[in-house]
Design a binder for this molecule. Structure first.
Ligand code: DQA
Length: 144
């Protein structure tokens, strides 16, 4: 499978940003860790990070013909970007939503995701393992 992993705003600062919530590993550390997992070695995985809503939308549009699955951590866009939600529902790519932290048990505004119902599943509070679990879900979904 060809999988695109999108990380949204402020996730470029992982490792430095609120380490008590997001841990000490950088996004590059997580990419390396995932690329060494057995499930990842036989599939083509592309990582993309942007702090800009339009760039994330353009990336989803650009990849709609070439990717078989999308894993997305939209950062704060999760809670209010109808435009990213519409981009996901406009392309026919099975999508899993990932959050490093447990958005259910933080501030009230984080509890609601506007993209959740256009995704196969939402994974939260598992740190980097969430990306691996999202990959496994896409692989199982592809076998159906
Ligand atoms: C996040 C949770 C969001 O509420 C927050 O705005 C982020 C990261 C997570 O991975 O836990 O930037 O998506």
């Amino acid at each position: 499978m060809k999988i695109l992993i999108i990380n949204g705003p402020n996730l470029n600062l992982l490792g430095e940003r609120e380490p008590d919530i997001y841990g000490h590993e950088s996004l590059a550390d997580m990419e390396l860790w995932l690329s060494n997992q057995p499930e990842a070695t036989t599939h083509e995985i592309e990582w993309f990070q942007s702090n800009h809503e339009g760039k994330i939308i353009d990336k989803i549009h650009d990849e709609m013909k070439t990717k078989d699955g999308l894993i997305i951590n939209p950062g704060a866009f999760t809670h209010y970007s109808y435009a990213i939600r519409d981009a996901i529902s406009s392309v026919n790519i099975p999508t899993v939503e990932v959050h490093l932290s447990d958005i259910e048990n933080r501030e009230d505004f984080r509890r609601f995701s506007v993209i959740q119902d256009v995704c196969i599943e939402q994974i939260k509070g598992m740190g980097k393992t969430g990306y691996l679990n999202a990959l496994k879900i896409l692989l199982i979904n592809d076998d159906k």
